[in-house]
Design a protein around this ligand. Structure first.
Ligand code: GLA
Ligand code: GLA
Length: 689
């Protein structure tokens, strides 16, 4: 969500801004791009806070996130609240022009709560009940926990919902693990009852005659996350998604009742996390946010770029990077530090893909607690560590670029469909251990991003109008309704490419009797005859080039005279020899294509380049090296290019039109030739013609 601009501030802040304007000649409207940090004032004496905030100010930070683990400080005893410290922390921050995002503290319930109400504790799949001393020890479905969470969220919202210095809310923190307690199980049964109406209906869709699974009543249905009937497994994940969604809604409703609409509500999600459907959950939020970590310290730009696009797709708009690492983390095997230049590339890439804020986790390490080794901006002595200097530089650049980026967002002509149902279904039965759904998604994303330089990652129910090309890698679960939307898109002139394993199963995770791609078989004019897991490569050749398949190969057939075979397998295991690997059918001015094999990267690039050209997708900035990332954000009357050289060699980039440099150089002199030193960044602004 674009951040609030001038005009939404209170008279107090307006006066402050005026004061600053008079004092130093600059206004203090909330910048369009914010840099900040997670700050835990409750861990430090109040006398220290001014110094912390001044150090933040000196580093050009404009926002802190506070409170998300501070329940025991906010409510030291049941019903006894102390917000005086938070009042002061917010006021002290505001005095230094630092905005505040409040995290509701429900990821870390206090000890009085878990000892008085042990029924709120989470139970893991082996039946073990969580104990105090870690975080996330609560059950997401517990009505009592929700009531306690609602109360603390309400108290916070009553107190800070109209505070001009509080710009938003983060609900909980990195939610995810479900609970397997008795209450959750009852709720699962109720959820199934609502969905299926009768047990006979459930039995039919899950094919429970298999292994005598036939149920006489909903209360007989077990609750598992693995080694079960696929229909049950998929429904369990959906139930978990719905339960986390109502968990978030419980707090967002409480906050909205008291909060100024200018305050956003979000939660911080985890990269490719698949414990629940983040697309469904995001409906309860105003804005998506995520926590980006590169735990091994090796920044691979494409691996990170796709995740920003994924998060942007949760709400199909700009988002926040709520946490990222100052140099290193503490939870990997080797917690290598990102090089300073990579920290800068990471931050600018986030902005290039639609982030409107970048926050570092965390400000200063707590003297004790589980994360003593994690990267910070200050050391335990309260003075800067080396990462502070790098963040200061990044924040200064972002402050300079913020006016140019105001009101801009990325946009794309290419969409990739991301389906949790399909991920869950394949993960439950991989058939080839190396068939990672995310890995396969990345294999499609890389060539698309290289060519088009902008890709949207969207859910299967996002409208497809306006996209020239839609790619669905491994859309394993394909409901009747989804198939219809895709068919409509193709018939309206869209170009659709399905990847391997697509259209195998219906919405209940049952096999489609017409084989793959299920309800799209007749539109494709062909189908999958048989799938094969590979442990060696298989040659491929045809009009789209030649190369190799690995991991997975499907033998395809074309039954419609208009369906063309674009690639065939060479000699291999006897089953695949000479069989079709890619088939495609023109439908009016649109087309549908099925790629049945996991292609090597060069061949994948060839194949997708062909579809990109056919769909008339054009690169934002043609002719750049693979190490140069091109991002573009569009406003009503302007475009902003963010060019990032991730490589060790310098490059000169030719822009399609002259643009004014925003970070360095003379902004009055527009240029179309941009020199990019190794590991450097350029931001350029041009009017949109
Ligand atoms: C065993 C079982 C069968 C079936 C096969 C699958 O032989 O008896 O029911 O599960 O394995 O390989
Ligand atoms: C997550 C959490 C933070 C912190 C960081 C450390 O993102 O949200 O509280 O634990 O990890 O990397």
């Amino acid at each position: 969500m674009p951040v609030d601009r001038l005009g939404t501030r209170s008279w107090r802040r307006a006066l402050l801004a005026l004061g600053l304007l008079l004092a130093c000649g600059s206004g203090a409207a909330q910048p369009a791009l914010l840099v900040g940090t997670a700050w835990y004032p409750e861990q430090w004496p109040q006398a220290r806070w001014p110094q912390d905030l001044e150090l933040m100010q000196a580093a050009h930070l404009d926002v802190v996130r506070v409170g998300e683990f501070a329940w025991s400080t906010m409510e030291p005893r049941e019903g006894v609240y102390d917000f005086s410290w938070l009042d002061r922390a917010i006021a002290e921050a505001a005095r230094r022009h630092i905005y505040v995002v409040i995290g509701t503290p429900t990821a870390a319930p206090p000890a009085w709560l878990t000892s008085k109400y042990p029924d709120t504790l989470r139970v893991d799949e082996d039946g073990q009940r969580a104990e105090h001393g870690n975080r996330q020890q609560f059950s997401f479905s517990s009505p009592r926990y929700r009531e306690l969470a609602r109360q603390i969220a309400t108290r916070l919202a009553e107190r800070y919902g109209r505070n001009p210095d509080v710009i938003g809310w983060q609900i909980d923190n990195e939610i995810g693990p479900p609970s397997f307690d008795a209450q959750t199980r009852r709720q699962f049964h109720d959820w199934l009852r609502r969905k299926y109406g009768s047990i006979a209906n459930l039995n039919r869709h899950w094919t429970t005659a298999y292994w005598s699974q036939t149920y006489d009543g909903f209360d007989q249905v077990p609750m598992h996350s693995k080694d079960e009937n696929p229909g049950l497994l998929l429904d369990f994940r959906r139930f978990v998604s719905d339960t986390w969604t109502s968990y978030i809604a419980n707090q967002s409703t409480a906050i909205r009742a008291h909060a100024d609409p200018r305050q956003f509500i979000t939660t911080n999600t985890m990269h490719w996390g698949n414990q629940f459907d983040q697309q469904v959950l995001s409906r309860e939020l105003d804005m998506a946010a995520w926590d980006e970590y590169v735990p091994d310290g090796h920044f691979v730009w494409l691996d990170q770029a796709v995740q920003h696009d994924l998060v942007r797709g949760y709400k199909n708009k700009d988002f926040w990077l709520m946490e990222t690492q100052p140099a290193f983390v503490n939870w990997w095997s080797v917690n290598r530090a990102l090089p300073p230049y990579a920290m800068r590339e990471l931050a600018w890439q986030a902005v290039g893909h639609g982030a409107d804020a970048v926050l570092y986790w965390q400000w200063r390490s707590a003297l004790n607690g589980q994360e003593q080794y994690h990267g910070t901006l200050l050391g335990p002595d309260g003075t800067p560590v080396p990462a502070y200097g790098v963040v200061r530089e990044i924040a200064a650049e972002m402050a300079r670029a913020a006016p140019a980026l105001a009101g801009t967002s990325p946009r794309s002509e290419v969409a990739m469909l991301q389906s949790y149902d399909s991920r869950w279904a394949i993960d439950a039965q991989r058939q080839q251990a190396d068939f990672g759904v995310v890995k396969e998604f990345d294999a499609f994303y890389a060539p698309l991003e290289h060519y088009a330089q902008s890709v949207d990652v969207i859910s299967t129910d996002t409208p497809l109008t306006g996209y020239r090309l839609v790619i669905a890698p491994a859309l394993n679960v394909l409901s009747e309704a989804e198939a219809k939307r895709l068919a409509d898109y193709v018939r309206a002139g869209g170009h659709l490419v399905l990847g391997p394993r697509s259209g195998m199963k219906d919405a209940y995770d049952a096999l489609w009797p017409q084989r793959q791609p299920g309800p799209l078989t007749s539109l494709l004019g062909g189908r999958v005859e048989q799938f094969y897991a590979l442990d060696a490569t298989v040659p491929l050749t045809g009009v789209l080039g030649s190369g190799q398949a690995s991991i997975w190969a499907e033998a395809l057939s074309a039954h419609d005279p208009q369906t063309q075979v674009l690639l065939r397998y060479g000699k291999s295991n006897g089953w695949l020899d000479g069989k079709a690997a890619i088939i495609s059918r023109q439908v009016g001015s649109g087309s549908i294509t099925y790629i049945g094999a996991w292609l090597d990267p060069a061949l994948m690039q060839n194949v997708l380049d062909d579809f990109l050209r056919k769909a008339h997708v054009t690169p934002l900035v043609p002719g750049v090296s693979d190490n140069v990332e091109v991002c573009e954000r569009f406003g009503a009357r302007k475009r902003v290019w963010i060019l990032i050289n991730h490589g060790d060699d310098p490059h000169t980039i030719r822009l399609p039109s002259p643009a004014a440099p925003v970070l360095s150089g003379n902004p009055a002199v527009s240029t179309a030739a941009v020199a990019l030193a190794a590991h450097s960044i350029q931001v350029l602004e041009a009017p949109l013609r």
